[in-house]
Design a protein around this ligand. Structure first.
Ligand code: HSE
Length: 301
């Protein structure tokens, strides 16, 4: 009566698809260990790797709150007791879907312990609720790839309509996290509510091009399409050295470069590992020379 679940970090938006595209990486990711206990209720035994930033109070912690929500939905909240140990292997507020990974791991764990009463599709709305609790907005572009794996398209959110897209087999993501805090809530408040039709046309051309490129395994088309004219110009100001990092990445031969989720992490997409690795090494060198500490993660998509 115990289970250990890993859920991966995710790169939301996939550069041009704000709130509708996202992909999972192999590493890093968060782990939830969950054990059935006799006493009904949901308790958090320990949280590791969060520098003491996450609440242990089960009503305030997103993971336990989501587990309670699921138990209540199944009418089991007065019958079932579980205790949770959460281990975070990635920084909070980094743009890597940190809260989503924990939420997805927690919900997957309770569903497994109960003998899978819900399918993955049925779990998804609870994951989205977790995202809403964590940052005030229920977008699915981190939780969907964290739960489903690969690249996901959020075709619609009411009702949820999630489509798994093909993953070209040499697609690699090189991620750099410059160690400044950018809470998703703040990064969302910054962006404009209205966009111009001209920019919208460019953006949806790019999204359609990217999706076609994924189906055709066409890295050139993927590269041409992964540009964001709507969100990046506004959010780039929150990220130190953004345009210099972009120049370095493109000079290293990657297909595309942009913000991971709501930042401050940035992502270089490449064909094969070499260019992504070169890009993140050079970016880190540049950040260090400018007194900015950073972490890097390179992983297949
Ligand atoms: N699509 C979201 C955003 C992802 O860009 O705000 C952040 O988790």
């Amino acid at each position: 009566d115990e289970v250990r679940v890993f859920a991966p970090a995710t790169v939301a938006n996939m550069i041009c698809g704000f709130d509708i595209l996202g992909f999972a990486v192999d590493k890093p990711g968060d782990e939830v260990y969950m054990q059935r206990v006799g006493n009904p209720g949901v308790r958090i035994r320990s949280i590791k790797g969060d520098d003491g930033r996450l609440p242990l109070d089960p009503d305030k912690n997103t993971v336990s709150a989501c587990v309670m929500m699921l138990l209540a939905h199944l009418g089991l909240e007065t019958e079932i007791g579980v205790e949770i140990e959460l281990t975070k292997h990635m920084p909070i507020g980094s743009g890597l879907g940190s809260s989503s990974a924990s939420t997805v791991a927690g919900l997957f764990a309770i569903n497994t312990l109960l003998g899978n009463p819900l399918t993955k599709d049925e779990l998804m709305p609870f994951c989205v609720e977790g995202e809403r609790l964590a940052c005030g907005h229920g977008h699915a572009d981190n939780v969907a790839p964290a739960l489903m794996g690969g690249i996901t398209l959020i075709r619609g959110s009411q009702p949820l309509d999630i489509i798994n897209l093909p993953v070209p087999d040499q697609l690699v993501a090189g991620i750099v996290f410059p160690q400044v805090d950018v809470p998703t809530r703040d990064a969302r408040q910054l962006i404009k509510e209205k966009v111009s039709l001209k920019d919208a046309v460019v953006q949806w051309g790019n999204i359609a091009g990217l999706v076609s490129g994924l189906y055709r395994n066409d890295y050139e088309l993927i590269s041409r399409s992964m540009h964001d004219v709507l969100i990046e110009p506004t959010r780039a100001i929150l990220i130190p050295e953004f345009y210099e990092m972009k120049r370095i990445a493109m000079d290293s031969g990657v297909l595309s470069f942009g913000i991971s989720g709501s930042g401050p992490s940035v992502v270089a997409i490449s064909k094969g590992f070499e260019a992504a690795q070169l890009a993140v090494d050079r970016i880190q060198e540049h950040l260090t020379a400018n007194g900015i500490e950073s972490l890097q993660f390179v992983s297949a998509v």
